[in-house]
Design a protein around this ligand. Structure first.
Ligand code: FRU
Length: 445
């Protein structure tokens, strides 16, 4: 087995070794079997920006701030149990991560709170307030999730980040839920009668990396977050999808040729040693016996070992009896020797579990334009193929996102969107997607 610290090895020597030696596979990587599909280095080598996938330039500074007094970013609509956009007494609801707009953009993740908005027309949103009564949610703060309405019961799924009660900011991520009641009248929507908040999923260390495993060895990400509700229309089974990392510590990880793609591709494109740090995956857990507090972890749907470190906010849309699995990723989360834009990526299969192929050959569905590479992020596709994202950093010129925190507060605030971006309509035909048009900011339906 190759151990992690291969940093000193020349890339060519490693590639030769990979091709010829028949390396052993760590059990953590052999578990998923046919259910788990690799997004390969060869796939992402086909990424190309073109008019079908590249968003038009957006002037972030001209956008309306949708939540006066707050930055908002990751956003999700209230769904019904089948995954359609829910309407309750004529109201639609969306949920956003939020933080007071006096907080520096780079710090918002440290104090994120879920707030909700309601609207009759799915375009003009009124801020309702915090989803949960202050101090009741798990975690030091809450990260992205999803929400499903069954009658007047809301089931809210979210990421409990950090451990409540701890003084120091920590990054542990657990998937949690709570059920409450929606109440609406002609003036608006509110939520009440919240039951107990529970942790419903934690990484097992086998399919999904734990925080402790992630901390063994430098570099590489750690994610166990962003639960997204999904009901399979073909089987009626219910699931949560989530963002994870492949199980095991980096030192236990070994390269498999299928992470690169075809044998021919691997021979021509040596895999740099540093690529070992990328182990993003798309996780899935099944509801047991209809009990929404009882979930069983399944092997990941997609792994991006040696390819990409973060496959964020995964979700599935069913169209023409095909399953379209979407996820978001960042420029700086690609493994050494691979490249891709801040974008939304996607895969298609005839079934929910297994068989996924990257859309458009490479997986790229939506990309920010090269002249404004960080203008939007965290895209989510609704069943109507409207893509909702938030405005991130605009007009950074030659700065990367990592440089933003070193700029003056004025610079950071004036280049940060912190509001919803114009919604983008896409079309899908088989394994091809296309940007159709740009709709108003925050348009849901
Ligand atoms: C994507 C994301 C999510 C996470 C949230 C935290 O924008 O990284 O994966 O839940 O931001 O703020």
């Amino acid at each position: 087995m190759i151990r992690i610290n291969m940093k000193g090895l020349a890339a060519a020597a490693l590639a030769a070794c990979i091709v010829t030696s028949g390396l052993s596979v760590h059990p953590a990587f052999a578990q998923g079997g046919e259910q788990t599909v690799n997004w390969t280095r060869e796939d992402v080598s086909k990424i190309e920006l073109n008019q079908d996938n590249t968003l038009p330039y957006m002037d972030v500074s001209k956008l309306e701030k949708m939540a006066p007094g707050y930055h908002i970013w990751d956003t999700w609509p209230l769904l019904d149990r089948d995954g359609n956009i829910a309407s309750y007494k004529g109201w639609k609801v969306i949920f956003s991560l939020s933080a007071p707009n006096t907080v520096l953009p780079g710090k918002v993740h440290d104090i994120a709170t879920i707030r909700y908005f309601y609207s009759k027309n799915g375009k003009d949103w009124t801020l309702g307030g915090e989803l949960f009564p202050a101090g009741t949610a798990l975690g030091q703060r809450q990260w992205a999730g999803s929400a499903m309405l069954d009658g007047d019961q809301i089931h809210a799924f979210y990421t409990a980040t950090g451990r409540e009660g701890q003084a120091q900011l920590t990054y542990e991520q657990r998937i949690a839920s709570a059920a409450g009641r929606i109440v609406a009248d002609s003036t608006g929507v509110r939520f009440e009668n919240w039951g107990q908040h529970r942790v419903i999923l934690e990484p097992d260390g086998k399919y999904y990396q734990t925080k402790e495993q992630a901390q063994q060895g430098e570099g590489g990400g750690y994610a166990f977050r962003d639960p997204m509700w999904f009901k399979d229309p073909k089987t009626g089974k219910e699931y949560l999808l989530f963002e994870g990392n492949s199980g095991g510590a980096v030192g236990e990880r070994s390269f498999k040729p299928e992470y690169a793609g075809s044998g021919e591709y691997l021979q021509q494109h040596p895999v740099p040693a540093g690529a070992v740090h990328a182990n993003g995956n798309i996780g899935i857990a099944e509801v047991v016996n209809g009990d929404l507090t009882n979930f069983k972890l399944l092997p990941p749907l997609i792994e991006a070992n040696y390819v990409n470190e973060e496959l964020e906010r995964p979700h599935v849309v069913v169209k023409d009896k095909k399953y379209y699995l979407f996820t978001d990723s960042h420029i700086n989360k690609y493994a050494e020797g691979t490249h891709g834009p801040e974008g939304m990526y996607g895969f298609v299969s005839d079934k929910l579990i297994g068989g996924y192929k990257p859309l458009n050959g490479s997986g790229l569905v939506l990309a920010n334009p090269p002249e404004n590479p960080y203008q939007a992020y965290s895209w989510l596709v609704t069943p109507e193929l409207n893509v909702v994202g938030f405005a991130h950093f605009g007009d950074l010129d030659n700065l990367t996102i990592g440089d933003v925190g070193n700029q003056s507060p004025e610079f950071q605030f004036s280049h940060f969107g912190g509001t919803l971006a114009p919604t983008v309509k896409i079309s899908i035909k088989g394994d091809r997607t296309q940007i159709e048009k740009v709709l108003p900011q925050g348009w849901i339906k």
